[in-house]
Design a protein around this ligand. Structure first.
Ligand code: FAD
Ligand code: MLT
Ligand code: ZN
Length: 513
């Protein structure tokens, strides 16, 4: 295809913009039975926690009248993770509305040694958000108030149960955006985002939540409320305690409020979707995009041909360009001057095509078309679920070895998977490697683990780039962290949650060396 033609080709208007909502999708998948985690992992032992009694239920009912859920069908969704890979058997879900209620609940649970799982939108991908045995679920669903928005500084203060997408809509009215965006934005809570230190599609531009969170409030296992809800950009008064809770996956405290720095909404956004013939070319394009787009580069994502097949075949999405390339790149630019940005983007793409780095491509500047192109990338996680069981990996690997892992895993699991795909935030060196099979297979699992984690460690990567460790990855922590670092984490846990009631069996390994 000639460069000039490909560059001028805009997306046709006939793409279906109807996305299946997360809610419908989730409900239909829940009908299938997910084995209990305690059955799938028979060697796992329940900790020495108390068992829930009728007296406990009546105490909870007094603390939060009418917000204690106990019916087993009502509890299904809270017990089962989004991937349908983990299922607990909690008998109760508590839905507090205020920090004081969370404090009273945790104080009581701590005194009674009742284990607790904090839960937000339950979109976590490592089995961290659901009980392993019968832990009590404390959901932030009803803690969904926006407290304030300072339009001048861009500081948003809100409760932990606010849904990310709702926060995005709210701040957009003041010409601001949330510093993070992810495919689960319609369900995930900001508290869950903080607890997992979620990365997502905007990290390349706005950095991690460790930078954009200005303050937070959290409740410790003892019920003590830790007030770090600063709204200041600069505050070097002692240890930065809030950072402890970011990425702690509900094991150190339950986050109840946060203040977040929201960037200005860019006036001009352009998205290019490009096809290229090798992974080396993907890296060439990344390097050039940093040079040529400079400050307006806001996202750099990639999908391989097998990921594109998931969007096309499982989700029935039209692929914006020819669907036969081995690799695809999605580049977003965001800036303040449309004409300037478009010129920059077009100049960059023309150069890439003339040099043969890009074979075909399309550019969009209209919101609906941009959203459609993004949906092809964002909905891969959803599309994979149509295959049956999804073995999900989220790793950081130096770019020089990045795609080698997909090739190695494909070779190793040949004949034992439906597909092995690679996609992700290549701009952050973050690869999402996913394998699928019609149902869970221990043989496939044994081929994947620990092979995949060994490979990542050998290439000096991280076994969890953005999803965390949760239940499924905690015992591989030593592949990415030193023994001394894990011991320090364990000491922090002892100080903040001496009875270990907060999210047991998660993040920290079974054995601390
Ligand atoms: P949950 O799933 O409910 O909980 C996640 C963890 O946080 C659990 O350990 C839980 O105990 C803890 N937790 C939840 N709320 C609190 C709280 N208030 N206080 C303390 N602990 C708490 N992740 C990324 O990083 N980048 C992505 O691009 C991305 N895309 C996704 C796309 C899809 C389609 C899906 C399904 C998931 C995606 N994720 C991504 C993973 C997930 O959405 C994120 O980890 C998200 O931040 C979790 O938020 P949540 O409210 O659903 O938390
Ligand atoms: C993504 O980037 O799409 C998410 O992290 C979800 C996934 O890994 O599938
Ligand atoms: Zn991701």
């Amino acid at each position: 295809m000639k460069a000039s033609y490909a560059l001028r080709r805009l997306l046709s208007n006939n793409y279906s913009l109807q996305c299946q909502t997360k809610r419908t999708f989730y409900r239909s998948f829940l009908r299938q039975t997910v084995p209990l985690t305690s059955v799938r992992y028979p060697n796992l032992k329940r900790g020495g926690y108390s068992a829930l009694t009728d007296k406990d239920l009546s105490v909870f009912e007094k603390l939060i009248p009418g917000r204690v859920l106990t019916g087993s069908s009502e509890l299904d969704g809270y017990n089962t993770d989004w991937l349908k890979t983990c299922r607990g058997s909690s008998q109760v879900v508590l839905r507090p509305k205020t920090t004081e209620e969370v404090s009273a609940i945790l104080k009581y649970c701590n005194e009674r040694k009742l284990a607790v799982v904090p839960q937000g939108g339950n979109t976590g991908l490592v089995g961290g958000s659901v009980p392993v045995f019968d832990e009590i679920v404390v959901s932030t669903q009803l803690m969904n108030q926006i407290i304030s928005l300072d339009e001048i500084s861009g500081t948003l203060v809100c409760e932990a149960g606010c849904i990310l997408g709702n926060l995005s809509d709210h701040v957009a009215e003041s010409n601001l955006i949330m510093p993070l965006d992810l495919g689960a934005k319609g369900s995930c809570h900001i508290g869950g985002n903080l607890a997992t230190n979620a990365g997502g599609l905007r990290l390349l531009r706005y950095g991690s939540l460790h930078g954009s969170v200005l303050g937070l409030e959290a409740v410790l296992a003892s019920g003590e409320v830790v007030d770090c809800l600063s709204t200041l950009r600069k505050d070097n008064t002692g240890y930065d305690v809030k950072q402890l809770f970011i990425g702690s996956e509900g094991t150190l405290g339950l986050i109840t409020k946060a203040s977040i720095l929201c960037p200005q909404k860019p006036n001009a956004v352009n998205v290019a979707f490009l096809g290229c013939d090798s992974f080396e070319r993907v890296l060439d394009i990344f390097k050039e995009s940093k040079m040529k787009l400079g400050e307006i580069l806001s996202a750099f994502e990639f999908l391989d041909a097998d990921a594109i097949a998931v969007a096309r075949d499982n989700l029935k999405l039209s692929i914006p360009i020819d669907d036969s390339f081995p690799f695809y790149v999605l580049i977003e630019s965001s800036g303040s001057d449309g004409t300037h940005d478009e010129e920059k983007m077009n100049g960059f793409l023309e150069d890439m095509m003339n040099r043969g780095y890009v074979i075909d491509g399309t550019v969009a500047s209209e919101p609906a078309k941009i959203q459609y192109i993004w949906s092809v990338r964002e909905r891969i996680a959803e599309g994979l679920m149509h295959d049956g069981y999804c073995y999900k990996y989220d790793v950081s690997i130096p770019l020089s070895h990045y795609y080698g892992l997909v090739e190695a895993v494909r070779e190793r699991t040949q004949g034992n998977t439906t597909r092995v795909i690679g996609y992700g935030h290549v701009g952050d060196s973050n690869l999402h490697l996913n394998a699928t099979s019609p149902e869970y297979s221990q043989t496939t699992m044994d081929l994947l683990e620990p092979f995949l984690y060994d490979w990542v460690a050998k290439h000096r990567g991280s076994i969890s780039a953005e999803h965390g460790l949760g239940f499924k990855k905690r015992d591989f922590i030593y592949h990415s962290k030193s023994e001394s670092a894990v011991r320090t984490m364990n000491q922090m846990k002892q100080v903040l949650d001496p009875n270990g009631i907060l999210n047991p069996y998660k993040l920290l390994p079974t054995v601390v060396r």
